[in-house]
Write a protein of this length. Structure first.
Ligand SMILES: *[C@@H]1O[C@H](CO)[C@@H](O)[C@H](O)[C@H]1NC(C)=O
Ligand SMILES: *[C@@H]1O[C@H](CO)[C@@H](O)[C@H](O)[C@H]1NC(C)=O
Ligand SMILES: *[C@@H]1O[C@H](CO)[C@@H](O)[C@H](O)[C@H]1NC(C)=O
Ligand SMILES: *[C@@H]1O[C@H](CO)[C@@H](O)[C@H](O)[C@H]1NC(C)=O
Ligand SMILES: *[C@@H]1O[C@H](CO)[C@@H](O)[C@H](O)[C@H]1NC(C)=O
Ligand SMILES: *[C@@H]1O[C@H](CO)[C@@H](O)[C@H](O)[C@H]1NC(C)=O
Ligand SMILES: *[C@@H]1O[C@H](CO)[C@@H](O)[C@H](O)[C@H]1NC(C)=O
Length: 739
C-alpha cells in the first residue's frame, strides 16, 4: 500500500467514525423534532429503500432457483470441446480470444472488451537432448509424446520446453537432485556432491518447477532436466496393474509436463515490469528479467525417456533413503554420472508480445463496487483440464447469470468476469491487469473468485481468505454433491475437511498478495488413491481424457458452476456483504502461535523489545478475537433486520440503512489493512502480511511470511521489525468495528 492509499484508508475509517456520530446525533434529532429536517436531504437510495419492502431471503431464493434451473442444462462438455481443439500458448491464441469475447456478449455480459498488455515472452524454436558415453552419443530422446489414435488432439505436437528457460547448449555430467527443493540442495552440498558445472536431473513434485531450476542455477549448475516419476502418482500406476492412458487410468509413459520456469515466489507477471504494466502503444522502461527467470537452459522429459539416462547413475555416488522412486534399473544413486554426459540444448525466441485478457460485466445497482471472477484461457497444450474445465464452468456461470438478468434481476454491486492470458508463463495477464488498475481495484473490488483447474476429479478443494469462509461453507450447504444424497458441504468436510490458505500458482496471487483483496481458488481435483491420473501440462490433458476419465458426464464441471454461482449470488444479492471477520482473527492467532520463536529472543530481560512486542501482539490478537466476534454477531443481527424490513419502523429503517453502509465499508476494506507497504525481504512485491507464496515452494503458501522467514534466517532484527508492523496492523484491524 502506498502512503497515500494508506492515508485514504485511514481517512475512510475516520470518515465512518465521524459519520456514525453524525448519524446518531441526527437520528436523535429525528426522534425529537420529527421528519421534516431529515427528508430535506435523503439520498435517492434511502428513499427507494424506505418505500420498497424487500424480503431478502425470498429474493435470494428466487434468484437461486433461476440460476440452478439454468444449470439443470449442462453445456460444460460443449464448451470444453470447443476450447480444447487448438494450440493456445499465451499471447498467441487470438481466435480463442475472439471466441470468448463473442460468448461473453452472447451470454449477456455488458461492456465486453479485450484488455491488452505487452509482455516479455518466450516461444520454443529448437530443443535437443543426447546421452553420451565417453563422448559418443548412445541415446537421443525424442522429446515428443506418442500420437494416439483414440485421442485426436494428441496429433498437435507441442515441443518439450519450459517457458522462460535460458537459451543454451551445454554438455556436462549430471546429478540426480531428487525434487530439487531448497533442502534437497542443502543435503547435496552436505554430502559433498559436486554440483558446479553439472546438469541437474530433477523430478517433478513438491515445489514449483521454476524454483527447482533457480536452486540448480544458484549452485552453479549449467542446465536442468525435469522429469516425471510415476512414483509420485501414488496408487494408480502400471506397476499396480492399471493400464496406461488411453487404455486405462494410469499415466501414459510418454507424457511430458511443460510449464513455466519463472521464479514464481520472487514476483509474478511480466518479468520485465515488476509492479507495473505496459499497454500497447505506451512507452515505459523495462528492467532485466534475470531476477525472476533463469539464465540456464532447462527441458522437461517423460518418465519413459528419462529411464536410460537415470539408469546410468546406478552405483555412482551416495544415496539417500528417502530419495527413491519408480524408475526401472535406477537405484537412485545421486551421481555424478562420471563416464556419461548429457548434451542439453534449448533455444527459444524471447520477444515482447501482446497478451489479451477478455473482460465483461453485469452492472450492479452500485457500479462503483464489484466482485471479480477470473480464469485463464492460455495453456501449454489444448488442455481440457487446465484451464478449460475452468473456462467451461465460467461460461456456464455467465450463462446462468444471463438467464437471471433476463428476469429483470440486477445485482447490488457489479459482477466482472475476466479471461486471463499468459497465466501459464507466470500469471501474466491477471498480474498486469491488477498492477495497471491497482488503485481502482483497491478501492472498488470486494472479492476475487478464481477457477483454473475447475474439474479433473471428484474432490472439492477450496483455498481462501478467511473473510470468505462463511459464504463458501454456507453455499456448499445449499447443494447436493453429484450422484449422492449428501450435501457438497458434507462431502467437503469428510474429504478435505477445511479451507486451505492460498499460496501461488494461479491468478488470485496478485489480488490477494499484492493488493489485499479477499480471494478464493476452488476446483474439483483428483483422489490420489483411486482417481485416473491427471496428465497435467501434457498433450493428454485433452477432451478425450476428460470424456473418458476426468469428468465423463461433466457433472463436476456443472457442480462447480452451481457452487460458484451461489457464492456469487450471496455476495451480490444481500444487503449486508457476506464477508465475516471472526475466522480471520482466529487464523491470525493460530498462525502467530504456530511460529517457533527461538526462546533466546524472548527471554525475560529488562527492555527486551521482542518480548514486549510479543506481549502487545498477544493482547491485540485477543481483542481482535472478541471484536470480530461482536462484528459478526452484529452482521447477523442486521441481516435478520433486513429480512424483517416490513416490520421495522421508519426510524429503524433509517438507522439500519446507515448501519449497513458502515458495515459494508468495514467489510470491503478489512483485508486491505493486512498490507505491509515494505513487502517481504528480497521480494517486495509480496505485500500481504498474512499470506505469500512460500519463497522455497512457490505453490504452497506461507503464513505470516515476514515473521516466519526472519525466524528461518535466524535474524532477530528483521523479526523485531516485522513484529512492529504486525502490532500496527492488529491495531488497525481492531478499529475495524461493526457496531
Ligand atoms: C452439446 O453437446 C451434446 C453432446 O455432444 C450435443 O448433443 C448437443 O447438441 C450440444 N449442444 C449444443 C447447444 O451445442
Ligand atoms: C478477431 O475478431 C476481429 C473483429 O471481428 C477480427 O478483425 C480479427 O481478425 C479476429 N481475429 C482472429 C484471429 O480471429
Ligand atoms: C574413453 O575414450 C578414451 C579415448 O577415446 C579411451 O582411452 C577410454 O578407454 C574410453 N573409456 C571408456 C570407459 O570407454
Ligand atoms: C550443441 O552442442 C553440441 C555439442 O557441442 C553440438 O554437437 C551441436 O551441434 C550443438 N547444437 C547446436 C544447435 O548448436
Ligand atoms: C514472438 O515470437 C514468436 C515465436 O517465434 C512469434 O510467433 C511472434 O510473432 C513473435 N512476436 C513478436 C511480437 O515479435
Ligand atoms: C452419475 O449418475 C449418472 C446416472 O446414473 C451416471 O450416468 C454417471 O456416470 C454418474 N456419475 C458419476 C460421477 O458417478
Ligand atoms: C411481521 O410481524 C408479523 C406480526 O408479528 C409477523 O406475522 C410477520 O411474519 C412479520 N414479518 C416478517 C417479515 O418477519
Amino acid at each position: 500500500m502506498t502512503e497515500k492509499q494508506d492515508l485514504e484508508l485511514q481517512e475512510t475509517a475516520r470518515f465512518h467514525r465521524r459519520h456514525n456520530y453524525l448519524c446518531i446525533a441526527a437520528l436523535q434529532i429525528f426522534a425529537l423534532v420529527g421528519t421534516a429536517l431529515w427528508f430535506a436531504r435523503p439520498t435517492a437510495d434511502l428513499l427507494i429503500k424506505l418505500q420498497t419492502t424487500p424480503n431478502d431471503n425470498a429474493h435470494y431464493e428466487l434468484a437461486k432457483n433461476v440460476l440452478l434451473q439454468a444449470l439443470q442444462t449442462n453445456y460444460a462438455g460443449n464448451w470444453s470441446k470447443e476450447y480444447s481443439e487448438e494450440l493456445q500458448l499465451g499471447g498467441t491464441n487470438l481466435g480463442m480470444v475472439n471466441y470468448t469475447l463473442h460468448q461473453f456478449e452472447k451470454l449477456g455480459l455488458q461492456d465486453t472488451y479485450i484488455d491488452s498488455y505487452t509482455s516479455y515472452m518466450s516461444y520454443p524454436l529448437e530443443n535437443g537432448l543426447n546421452l553420451l558415453k565417453n563422448g559418443t552419443v548412445v541415446f537421443t530422446p525424442k522429446l515428443v509424446e506418442d500420437i494416439l489414435d483414440e485421442d485426436p488432439t494428441s496429433k498437435h505436437s507441442v515441443p518439450a520446453f519450459l517457458g522462460f528457460a535460458g537459451n543454451g547448449n551445454v554438455t556436462a555430467e549430471y546429478v540426480y537432485c531428487n525434487y530439487g527443493t531448497h533442502d534437497d540442495f542443502k543435503l547435496l552440498a552436505e554430502l559433498g556432491v559436486p554440483l558446479e558445472g553439472k546438469i541437474a536431473v530433477i523430478r517433478y513434485g513438491k515445489i514449483f518447477r521454476g524454483l527447482k531450476v533457480k536452486f540448480a542455477q544458484e549452485h552453479g549448475m549449467v542446465g536442468a532436466l525435469l522429469y516425471t516419476d510415476v512414483y509420485d502418482d501414488g496408487e494408480v500406476t502400471e506397476k499396480n496393474g492399471y493400464k496406461a492412458y488411453p487404455d486405462g487410468p494410469a499415466r501414459n509413459p510418454s507424457a511430458i509436463q511443460r510449464g513455466s520456469s519463472m521464479f514464481l515466489s520472487m514476483t509474478p507477471g511480466d518479468p520485465t515490469t515488476p509492479g507495473y504494466a505496459i499497454k500497447p502503444g505506451e512507452i515505459k522502461k523495462r528492467v532485466s528479467p534475470y531476477d525472476v527467470i533463469p539464465r540456464i537452459p532447462a527441458l522437461p522429459i517423460s518418465y519413459r525417456e528419462v529411464q536410460p539416462i537415470l539408469a546410468k547413475l546406478k552405483g555412482k555416488g551416495p544415496k539417500v533413503d528417502s530419495w527413491t522412486g519408480s524408475v526401472d534399473g535406477f537405484d537412485y544413486s545421486i551421481g555424478p554420472s562420471v563416464d556419461h554426459t548429457l548434451n542439453l540444448y534449448s533455444k527459444q525466441e524471447f520477444n515482447v508480445t501482446t497478451i489479451n485478457n477478455i473482460m465483461g460485466k453485469i452492472k450492479g445497482k452500485d457500479d462503483s463496487k464489484f466482485i471479480l471472477i477470473g480464469n485463464h484461457h492460455d495453456s501449454w497444450t489444448p488442455s481440457a483440464g487446465d484451464p478449460h474445465s475452468g473456462s467451461a464452468s465460467m461460461l456456464e456461470i455467465i450463462r446462468a447469470f444471463g438467464e437471471l438478468s433476463k428476469t429483470g434481476w440486477v445485482p447490488s454491486v457489479t459482477i466482472v468476469f475476466a479471461g486471463w492470458d499468459a497465466e501459464e508463463y507466470g500469471l501474466i495477464g491477471s498480474t498486469e491487469f491488477a498492477e495497471y488498475y491497482q488503485a481502482k481495484l483497491k478501492k472498488e473490488c470486494i472479492a476475487y473468485l478464481n477457477t483454473d483447474v475447475a474439474a479433473v476429479g471428484p474432490i472439492l478443494n477450496i483455498q481462501a481468505s478467511p473473510l470468505l469462509n462463511d459464504v463458501l461453507l454456507t453455499s456448499a450447504k445449499e447443494l447436493i454433491y453429484p450422484n449422492s444424497t449428501k450435501t457438497l458441504y458434507e462431502h467437503f468436510i469428510s474429504n478435505k475437511g477445511h479451507i486451505g490458505t492460498l499460496g501461488s500458482g494461479s491468478d488470485y496471487t496478485v489480488f490477494l498478495e499484492h493488493l489485499g483483496i479477499p480471494s478464493v481458488d476452488v476446483g474439483f481435483s483428483t483422489d490420489p488413491k483411486k482417481s485416473p491420473i491427471y496428465q497435467y501440462h501434457s498433450i493428454y490433458d485433452s477432451y478425450h481424457w476428460m470424456k473418458e476419465f476426468g469428468d465423463p458426464d461433466f457433472v463436476f464441471h456443472n457442480a462447480l458452476s452451481k457452487y460458484l454461482s451461489l457464492v456469487i449470488l450471496h455476495l451480490v444479492d444481500e444487503p449486508i456483504l457476506k464477508l465475516r471477520t471472526h475466522d480471520y482473527a482466529t487464523a491470525l492467532s493460530s498462525y502467530f502461535h504456530n511460529l517457533e520463536i527461538p526462546s533466546q529472543w524472548s527471554i525475560k530481560k529488562c527492555h527486551n523489545p521482542v518480548k514486549k512486542l510479543i506481549k502487545h501482539i498477544e493482547d491485540k490478537l485477543e481483542s481482535l478475537e472478541l471484536n470480530t466476534l461482536e462484528n459478526d454477531a452484529n452482521l447477523e443481527k442486521y441481516s435478520q433486520m433486513h429480512e424483517n424490513w416490513d416490520n421495522l419502523s421508519y426510524y429503524q429503517r433509517i438507522k439500519l440503512h446507515f448501519k449497513t453502509k458502515a458495515a459494508n465499508t468495514v467489510l470491503t476494506y478489512f483485508e486491505r489493512h493486512l498490507l505491509d507497504d515494505e513487502g517481504l525481504k528480497g521480494r517486495k512485491w509480496f505485500k500481504h502480511f498474512a499470506y505469500a507464496s512460500g519463497r522455497y515452494t512457490g505453490y504452497q503458501g506461507q503464513e505470516l511470511p515476514g515473521l516466519a522467514e526472519a525466524i528461518e534466517d535466524h535474524n532477530q532484527k528483521d523479526f523485531e521489525a516485522k513484529l512492529v508492523v504486525f502490532e500496527k496492523i492488529l491495531g488497525n484491524l481492531n478499529n475495524m468495528r461493526i457496531r
